[in-house]
Design a protein around this ligand. Sequence first.
Ligand SMILES: [Fe+2]
Length: 219
Amino acid sequence: MPTDDLQRLAQPARPDAPQASPLPVVIEQLIGATERLIAARAPQFIAGAAVPWSDPAERRAVQPQSLPVLGHLPQCLVSAPAAICPVVEALLAAAPVLAWRQTYSAAQMSPQFLDQYGWSELVGLAGAVPSRACAVGFLILGPGIEYPPHHHEALELYVPLAGRASWWRARSGWQEVEPGKTVRHEAWQPHAMRTGSEPLLALYLWRSGNLDQHAALMG
Ligand SMILES: [Fe+2]
């Protein structure tokens, strides 16, 4: 082996050298697409949260977990506006290696709802990108589903990415929201969603000093 190579092997890695992400490249691509979407649509909501978007050393491994509702994702790509397609395409590619979860049990929700509902956290206490200041993830609801009134302490912002759906907020009532618009829920403000003929895919953002919480159904 040449002397130069031996010397290089003997040197310890620089502590500030970039480290390879432990995540599949499709998740890194989704992280980048999500950062760009938030920068374009909702930069103020997580301003100051110092999310390590582009630091591959700040990552958690993801244990893939699937749900039946993922079957609606290809249709979401068809109905997403062109400006939003990059993040939907990235989500479609990464979906098989993400952890998809549900907040509610079979004792709380019907089997029909649970077949048409799921979310995956990208940033937060458990997501691939660690943060204690904000949570960012994706929600999917199949067609013909009502997510009943619920609330939580966290401030919430949704950016619908695909599918026209109706959104209800206490004091505002029902409102149809197009993909690309934003929907804001204040702390403890009751809210609900209802899908029509299309599945709904939405980006969610939470801000709270305590992200270790879940939404609670009302009534
Ligand atoms: Fe919510």
